[in-house]
Design a protein. Structure first.
Lengths: 307, 117
């Protein structure tokens, strides 16, 4: 079995570390880009993709008076990545509270992405008003039963997009639900343990800070089906900041928003948009680039900010 | 001016509106003593007060002071708002006694109760 331990992971990151500064606080790793990543030369089997998250179109606040402008800047950044990303993942909260017209605005701006395809999962802001009717009407096609979750393969890697915001009401935290976990088990069953797996969803699939709802209550049951794989990368949004954790062979990573930052867990009375000047917020919003290199156990995740 | 006033008064629509206005004003005056109002603030992801006790007939108005949208969503679907942006309000009149639990659909850990007596 293709196993990596913490040391192996750190070595991989040393390889990936084009200007990445790694900080470890009680086992939680966080990265900040301190220099632009060098342009990578194209190698066979190597590919990269981009993750954008929490575009929150419709938001207007102190940290960002115009999230359409910052999303456009992120689109320009993605288009400038070399090698060009094979595809883009949007990990949810396209809209700010399903503001009227926001889905259209996002779709219009994302038309400018120079990429083969964009894969989506919903955030709670995209579905809370109508139980996902509008979101699934736009993005449900081609997903399992039109319910928003899906998987696909790309150059030997297996990608799974999960929905953990449609059972969001009630007891208060993200949840996947029985049907989806059962589907995941069957979806993963035929794969060899050496298949690199990437899982993406909106709310983190680990307990970042349950007091603020930053957790998925039944994530453990989904992760149990992923334990046998040698390389699993979990990409989430929702919390508007970069946080990382490694548990066995599973690397968890949360992305910045393209709109506004939220406070570090427990550092403020409540979550929500930070009330800081726009120039400061620019240094806390941005995009994520993920690169797979054959022969490396772990995918290289690089976050970059707009400021 | 005189001619316009005369025209306005001759228009039956205007007459109806004026009569309706008088009736509404009279009703409002009659109910000032009976109907009361109460307010709940939403700030830093909390409803304040978290337990509000009011008399039957009270209109409760919520106001959102956060930049994050919130909803007032009844736990048993008895009432509910859409997403309230910063400074948006939502009002609900409670005409029956009971304990009305509600939460924010976007942040379900935000919970509170209106008790109507």
């Amino acid at each position: 079995m293709d196993r990596i331990d913490r040391r192996g992971f750190m070595e991989c990151m040393a390889w990936a570390g084009t200007g990445l500064l790694w900080v470890s606080t009680s086992g939680v790793l966080s990265s900040r880009v301190i220099a632009p990543a060098a342009a990578a030369e194209a190698k066979p089997g190597r590919f990269s993709f981009a993750q954008i998250s929490d575009t929150h179109i419709g938001f207007k606040g102190q940290a960002n008076g115009d999230p359409t402008a910052t999303l456009q800047q992120v689109v320009d950044r993605v288009n400038a990545l070399r090698p060009a990303p094979a595809f883009v993942l949007h990990t949810g909260d396209q809209t700010h509270g399903q503001k009227a017209g926001a889905f259209d605005t996002v779709a219009e701006i994302l038309k400018g992405l120079k990429t083969e395809r964009i894969f989506y999962v919903p955030g709670e802001h995209d579905v809370f008003l109508d139980g996902g009717k509008e979101y699934l009407g736009r993005y449900g096609k081609g997903t399992v039963g039109g319910r928003g979750w899906q998987s696909f393969d790309y150059q030997g890697s297996h990608f799974v997009g999960l929905v953990n915001v449609l059972k969001y009401k009630g007891e208060g935290i993200g949840a996947l639900g029985e049907d989806q976990i059962e589907w995941l088990e069957n979806d993963l069953a035929p794969l060899s343990p050496s298949t690199p797996v990437v899982v993406f969803s909106h709310v983190p699939l680990w307990a970042v800070y349950p007091q603020w709802g930053w957790t998925t209550e039944d994530a453990g049951r989904a992760l149990a089906h992923l334990k046998r794989f040698g390389s699993v990368t979990v990409l989430n949004g929702h919390i508007h900041q970069v946080l990382q954790k490694v548990e066995g062979n599973i690397s968890f990573h949360t992305a910045m928003s393209t709109a506004f930052p939220q406070p570090a867990p427990g550092s403020a009375p409540a979550p929500g948009p930070m009330k800081i000047p726009e120039a400061d917020a620019r240094r806390m919003i941005g995009l994520t680039e993920v690169t797979y290199v054959p022969g490396q156990h772990s995918l290289a995740v690089v976050d970059s900010t707009l400021g | 001016m005189g001619e316009r006033e005369e025209l306005a008064m001759k228009d039956p629509k205007w007459r109806t509106m004026i009569v309706a206005g008088v009736v509404v004003a009279a009703l409002a005056t009659t109910h000032v003593g009976a109907a009361s109002s109460a307010a709940v603030g939403i700030k830093e992801f909390k409803f304040t007060p978290s337990v509000l006790t009011v008399a039957v007939g009270t209109t409760v108005t919520w106001i959102n002071h956060d930049e994050e949208p919130h909803t007032i969503t009844s736990a048993n679907a008895a009432f509910g708002s859409t997403g309230l942006s910063l400074d948006d309000t939502f009002a609900q009149t409670f005409i029956r006694p009971g304990r009305y639990e509600y939460f924010c659909a976007l942040h379900p850990h935000m919970k509170a109760i209106v008790v109507v007596r």
